[in-house]
Design a protein around this ligand. Structure first.
Ligand SMILES: Cc1ncc(COP(=O)(O)O)c(C=O)c1O
Length: 377
């Protein structure tokens, strides 16, 4: 069996064809142009999301939110410790305080109880992570809490394009929502992202931040003759060139997700039959799911030993995020006021298995067979 990579970025012929068409058209590479407009229209039509800004990464989308809400040094932002670095660093860069919250044991999702404990009268925003592309079960309740307490809710939906909570797409619930089109995601443009601004009071401000602190949007609307510097911002835009690669994937996303679902359930069927297995699989199919990740939580098994065993057979399984509250930069904010018991305990036990478009059933069966052998020993 040849090497089984952890990820192979999605590659569909229509993406390459569209890039060629775009290059042949001679239209400006930077844009924004027709491809960006088409992506926004499609996302709006297929997922019901509005006020869409395409960015060069999810990190950029998070940074735009951070600048838009104008954080001060005394403000606090609640972020799960179990997340990607930029879920926290995008806000920390303003000088505000990050309060790390814990996760739930069974689901690895941010714990509502712990979020509530972290809220003070200085809380300005809560970043909720849709880990693995799943929604937390309490998203509507959290939305209500945030409204009542005048806290901004930011959905870090980096992994969650196309997933739902109840009958609405993720990205519909926060004041802001940030998505990733990094090549490790279901759909990608190498690097890329998307910001949704549901809180209308921020739309014009975001237009300025998104486009280098300028009022170019007014020029495009024909309201001013020349644009100029009007606020803080940076180069956050997705280029038209990048969008030309992404557009066909957005058009075909259901087909891609269906393929992922077939692989996911193939894994599930085999893994759930393994005798003496010492792991569980946190998943939730209550709401529409994008089948982003297949995660195992090992029980009383040394993770390094498990990964090394798989590697022997050229299977590249990986770990997930390392906790932020114990990282060199995160420690500055975390003074051990309270313990993040589940984060400390379960994050060490997480393993992610390969799951991508070009993975075959044969490879899935091989991976499962080796896992079965591991537990037979
Ligand atoms: C939860 C979360 N937030 C943010 C990011 C950053 O995304 P990007 O690489 O598009 O900046 C990631 C990346 O995987 C992520 O998992």
């Amino acid at each position: 069996m040849k090497e089984i990579y952890f990820n192979e970025p999605l590659k569909i012929k229509s993406s390459a064809d569209n890039v060629k068409r775009f290059l042949d058209s001679g239209e400006p590479l930077h844009g924004p142009g027709k491809n960006i407009l088409k992506i926004k229209n499609l996302v709006s039509k297929k997922l019901g999301l509005k006020n869409i800004f395409l960015t060069n990464s999810c990190t950029s989308a998070l940074e735009v939110c951070s600048l838009a809400i104008n954080l001060k040094t005394n403000d606090e932002v609640i972020v799960p410790s179990f997340s990607f670095i930029t879920s926290a660093s995008s806000f920390a860069r303003t000088g505000c305080k990050i309060k790390f919250c814990d996760i739930e044991k069974k689901t690895l999702m941010p714990s509502l109880n712990d979020i509530k404990k972290c809220i003070t009268n200085k809380t300005k925003a809560i970043v909720i992570i849709h880990y693995q592309g799943y929604s937390v079960e309490y998203l509507d309740e959290l939305q209500k809490i945030c409204k009542r307490k005048k806290i901004y809710l930011i959905e870090d939906a980096a992994q969650a394009f196309g997933s739902f909570f109840k009958n609405k797409a993720l990205g519909s619930f926060g004041d802001f929502a940030c998505f990733s089109f990094h090549e490790t995601k279901n759909l990608h443009s190498g690097a890329g992202g998307m910001l949704i601004v549901n809180n209308k009071k921020f739309i014009n401000k975001v237009k300025i931040i998104h486009d280098k602190g300028t009022n170019r949007y007014l020029m495009k609307e024909g309201k001013i003759k020349y644009y100029s510097w009007v606020g803080i911002g940076s180069a956050f835009l997705m280029t038209e060139f990048t969008a030309s690669y992404l557009l066909p994937q957005i058009k075909n996303y259901k087909k891609t997700f269906f393929k992922r679902s077939k692989l996911y359930f193939r894994y599930l069927k085999y893994l759930s039959k393994i005798q003496n297995r010492k792991f569980y699989i946190p998943n939730n199919f209550k709401f529409k799911y994008n089948f982003h990740a297949l995660v195992l939580i090992l029980e009383k098994i040394n993770r390094e030993k498990f990964l090394k065993f798989l590697k022997k057979y050229k299977i590249n399984a990986v770990i997930s995020y390392t906790p932020l509250h114990t990282s060199a930069a995160g420690k500055k904010f975390f003074r051990g006021e309270k313990k993040l018991i589940n984060t400390d305990k379960y994050v060490k036990q997480i393993v992610r298995l390969p799951l991508y478009d070009t993975l075959t059933f044969k490879q899935v069966d091989f991976i499962c067979k080796k896992i079965e052998e591991f537990f037979k020993k």
